[in-house]
Design a protein around this ligand. Structure first.
Ligand SMILES: CC(=O)N[C@H]1[C@@H](OP(=O)(O)OP(=O)(O)OC[C@H]2O[C@@H](n3ccc(=O)[nH]c3=O)[C@H](O)[C@@H]2O)O[C@H](CO)[C@@H](O)[C@@H]1O[C@H](C)C(=O)N[C@@H](C)C(=O)N[C@H](CCC(=O)O)C(=O)O
Ligand SMILES: Nc1ncnc2c1ncn2[C@@H]1O[C@H](COP(=O)(O)OP(=O)(O)OP(=O)(O)O)[C@@H](O)[C@H]1O
Ligand SMILES: N[C@H](CCC[C@H](N)C(=O)O)C(=O)O
Ligand SMILES: [Mg+2]
Length: 487
């Protein structure tokens, strides 16, 4: 494909260069990583958090790149270097044109917690309605006949558009994806053609990346004010402290706002009755009450289910079909997932709560059906927001009866120091660094009526410490420990 066709007219600063020889160059690949550049590649130089891609233009040229695009002029390069003001947005737009196809109906969801769950539920509702549907997010890619473990919540544009094109060629017509604040801030989604977008909630997260909560919220709102085409449906959970501001942002951007939840008007939650591992909800839509038995524990899952149902309805599924599908829904992997039961009936869950609000929600969610003690095992990741450590220690101490502090991906940090920062706000907690040991200890404590939450890793398959990732699964460890006490 010719560079002029790939770049189009969205970058006026390129017009002069594209009308010359550079515009006629045939582009064989698009990359922002010089190490992946090959013959005929277009290399987009990005100033990142660790490195400046502009320093790798010569490396890309040596590997055969035909042309580079950068924010700054680059004298003396062996290949033409064109200047654009925003290389990240350029990369997204060009990657989407290079790969071409996307599932016809794409939706994205943002918010601090619940994105993976909403994307998963939306996929399941579409599938229930007979549509070929996929999800892309923290847990990876799920599509008909395809299930792959992922690494980023919102993949980088080149990987994302390669994937979307593959899905479209495989016949997938509907796809739900997660829009992380990093992804929005870095323009990773700017080439995606969205039919609708959703917002779940906002809490403390990624304070190592965003300077303030306002900036973090602003990044999330780019889903509405930059990515979603004007006039599209915006499905907003109405029950969060930030809901009103998200509604204003979506309205100001010219979207059709659909609110869901207890204070919602499109799907209004009138009543919930908690059962042990399910809940019964009455939902008002368009003057009619729908009764739904959701086979998942935790009231936050109702909130996620309503955002998902809103997105499915916004993209053409009838309300009756969407709400009926909720009765068959499965939780996303590692999200309040029942790992097993002890012989005495105590329940052992794994959950992906690795931030304060999520930990608070999950511990609150299990209390109504716990007649004994709530036991929690958790830690905090290294090389990530340090401020959340004492906050999570306080939450665990306030909401659980037994607190066990352990390691969760210490990465390059000293594990005992991370634990110490949590323990400073968790008097009475037990410290067991080795995560498998901590889980075994917690499981052995379980008595009738107790509930165990192993929080923080959810679906993850490894434990990263001192630069090495070793296979590790909370699910497998809980099951092993349960077998251990039962044999
Ligand atoms: C902080 C962050 O978001 N980093 C992501 C970002 O890196 P960056 O743009 O800062 O890049 P950089 O490492 O400084 O390098 C700058 C440029 O030089 C290029 N380079 C570098 C070396 C070289 O030899 N040649 C070369 O061309 C790099 O390819 C890059 O384009 O863009 C990269 C490509 O898309 C990502 O792989 C990388 O994710 C890192 C691994 C990461 O850990 N990201 C996490 C924090 C993240 O994005 N998380 C969110 C939210 C998670 C959630 O809450 O669910 C997510 O969406 O997953
Ligand atoms: N609506 C919600 N409100 C508050 N907490 C929630 C909600 N949904 C899920 N959680 C909590 O957050 C954890 C992560 O949920 P989920 O993976 O769906 O969210 P996410 O936004 O994709 O998170 P991440 O950014 O970590 O990928 C769950 O395991 C649960 O503890
Ligand atoms: N996307 C999040 C996941 C954190 C999961 C937790 N297990 C940890 O390692 O802190 C991050 O990279 O910050
Ligand atoms: Mg996620």
């Amino acid at each position: 494909m010719k560079l002029s066709a790939l770049a189009g007219t969205a970058f006026p600063e390129l017009n002069a260069a594209l009308s010359g020889r550079a515009g006629a160059l045939d582009i064989a690949a698009v990359t922002a990583d010089s190490r992946k550049a090959g013959p005929g590649a277009l290399f987009v130089a990005i100033a990142g958090s660790k490195a400046d891609g502009a320093g790798f233009i010569d490396d890309a040229a040596e590997r055969g790149a035909a042309v580079a695009v950068s924010a700054a002029a680059h004298e003396g390069a062996r290949i033409p270097v064109l200047q654009v003001s925003n290389p990240r947005r350029f990369l997204s737009v060009v990657a989407s044109r290079f790969y071409g196809a996307q599932p016809e109906t794409m939706v994205a969801v943002t918010g601090t917690a619940g994105k993976t769950s909403v994307a998963s539920f939306t996929r399941q509702i579409w599938a229930h309605a007979g549509l070929a549907a996929a999800m892309i997010g923290t847990t990876g890619v799920i599509a008909p006949g395809r299930k792959e473990y992922g690494s980023l919540t919102t993949p980088d544009p080149v990987m994302l558009h390669g994937l979307l094109a593959e899905l479209a060629h495989d016949g997938v017509t509907h796809a739900a994806m997660e829009a992380s604040s990093h992804g929005l801030d870095q323009y990773r989604l700017d080439g995606v053609r969205l039919a609708a977008a959703g917002f779940t909630n906002l809490g403390r997260d990624h304070m190592d990346y965003h300077a303030t909560i306002e900036e973090y919220f602003g990044a999330k709102m780019h889903l509405f004010d930059r990515v979603l085409p004007k006039g599209s449906p915006a499905v907003i959970n109405a029950d969060d402290a930030w809901s009103a501001r998200a509604e204003v942002a979506a309205r100001d951007a010219g979207h059709r706002v659909m609110t869901v939840g207890r204070s919602g008007s499109f799907l209004c939650l009138k009543r919930v009755e908690q059962k042990r591992d399910s809940q019964f909800a009455e939902i008002l839509h368009d003057g009619e009450i729908y009764e739904v038995r959701l086979p998942l524990a935790g009231e936050f899952q109702i909130s996620n289910a309503l955002v998902a149902a809103g997105l499915a309805i916004a993209t053409g599924v009838t309300a009756r079909t969407a709400l009926a599908a909720l009765e068959k829904i499965e939780g996303a992997a590692g999200r309040l997932e029942l790992a097993g039961k002890a012989a005495n009936g105590a329940l052992a869950y794994i959950d992906y709560a690795h931030k304060p609000d999520a930990l608070e929600k999950v511990l609150t969610a299990v209390r109504p059906f716990t007649t004994g003690k709530v036991v929690v095992v958790f830690g905090c990741g290294g090389d990530r927001d340090r401020g959340k450590r004492p906050i999570m220690g306080e939450i665990a101490t306030r909401l659980a009866d037994v607190v066990i502090v352990t390691d969760d991906n210490p990465r390059s940090e000293v594990p005992a120091e991370i634990r110490g920062e949590i323990l400073a706000a968790a008097p009475g907690a037990t410290e067991i660094g080795d995560r498998a040991e901590a889980i075994a200890h917690a499981v052995a404590l379980l008595r009738q009526g107790d509930t165990l939450i192993v929080a923080g890793k959810g679906h993850e398959e490894g434990q990263t410490a001192a630069g090495v990732t070793r296979p590790f699964s909370d699910l497998a460890e809980v099951r092993k420990a349960l077998e251990g006490i039962q044999s």
